[in-house]
Design a protein around this ligand. Structure first.
Ligand code: SF4
Length: 64
């Protein structure tokens, strides 16, 4: 039997990293040399961008 997830369950299971943060400004949806965080006004290094659950300022992308 397939168990369906609610949107809240799906959101809770999502890793919170720069790549799916509303504050990360990138053209391709992946790490880029010139991509920046508009909260900190900085260009986070690739290791940090891909690391989940490290930032307290993460904001969920609005899917529209
Ligand atoms: S707010 Fe945090 S998680 Fe979001 S882009 Fe900036 S550093 Fe990354």
């Amino acid at each position: 039997m397939v168990k369906l997830r609610t949107v809240k369950e799906w959101q809770a299971a999502m890793p919170r990293c720069c790549l799916n943060c509303d504050h990360y400004l990138t053209h391709r949806g992946e790490w880029e040399e010139g991509a920046s965080c508009k909260v900190f006004g900085a260009n986070p290094p690739r290791e940090f961008v891909e690391q989940a659950n490290e930032c307290a300022s993460w904001a969920q992308l609005i899917p529209f």
